[in-house]
Design a protein around this ligand. Structure first.
Ligand SMILES: [Ca+2]
Ligand SMILES: [Ca+2]
Length: 81
């Protein structure tokens, strides 16, 4: 049973990101589409507007914003896992 529980726990953790399917390396095309004012950065407002799951938008934004400066650059957006 220990083995079973460990597997379930591991799947649950991986599942938070994987089953949502919403956190992945973006493409430059997607970035440009989301970057409404074309300043080369996505603010949270821009990100949220083109993110499919509004309830996870903040979580995903923080994930993409590697250096925590409050905006997502194209490099950050396309860097992925
Ligand atoms: Ca922008
Ligand atoms: Ca950033």
């Amino acid at each position: 049973m220990t083995c079973f529980k460990t597997t379930v726990a591991a799947l649950a953790v991986a599942g938070i990101l994987a089953t949502s399917g919403l956190i992945y390396a973006g493409t430059p095309e997607e970035f440009d589409k989301c970057d409404k004012n074309k300043d080369g950065k996505l603010t949270f407002e821009e990100f949220k507007a083109c993110y499919p799951d509004k309830t996870k938008a903040k979580e995903a934004f923080d994930w993409y914003d590697r250096n925590k400066d409050g905006v997502i650059t194209k490099d950050e957006y396309t860097a992925g896992m």
